[in-house]
Design a protein around this ligand. Sequence first.
Ligand code: C5P
Length: 236
Amino acid sequence: MIDPIPIIVALDFSAAAPVWALVERLDPARCRLKVGKELFTRLGPGLVERLQAAGFAVFLDLKFHDIPNTVAAACAAAADLGVWMVNVHVSGGRPMLDAARAALDRYPQRPLLVGVTVLTSLDRTDLAEIGCPGEPEERVLSLARLAQQAGLDGVVCSPREAARLRAELGRDFRLVTPGVRLPDSASDDQKRTLTPAEALAAGADYLVIGRPVTRAPEPLVALEAIERSLTNRLEN
Ligand code: C5P
């Protein structure tokens, strides 16, 4: 079940002009696109529709977290929009996850449903402060198990957690990893990065890549360098 298009480019922009300046140079056969909270709040479903009309599969990264009825309705709205992937916070609880899955099951061609476990911005101290003592990695694993039991298709995780989750959760559970960087690119505010090839080797299915492509002087050249690093991995 290895997807031949593992790269998801994160469109972290605040306006339509830079989105299209980049997207017009990208090939939908070689990458998918992620629309997050900022871009969606500014430009709305119309932008997603236009990206899809240009042939791109869209990961709608809105991380839904609310009562089951509301999250189910939001997931149905994402499915109506025709997105390829949508996500929810696993910490919304089993009834919310079940409702999200049930809402999507009504669609013959439903979006993939993935869960956010522990935000990578939270460390042990932050988790203790919100009443969740213990090691973040153990919490990631237990939330990922819950996501799998509830029938989610996978989770978003740090590439550093991918190997353990892959070993514990089996081959078919999708792992979507941000925080990937080529050895020569800036790590920006990502603290624990792996290279794209390392992330795939650790068991990631999809690599969410933002600034290494979006801020590159030549985004296409940057994307090609990432693709080459993945091909080299398979050949070596
Ligand atoms: O620019 P960069 O490659 O760091 O972008 C990573 C993308 O993945 C951003 O859109 C960011 O919001 C998202 N993300 C992340 N870490 C998470 C979850 C999502 O960096 N834990």
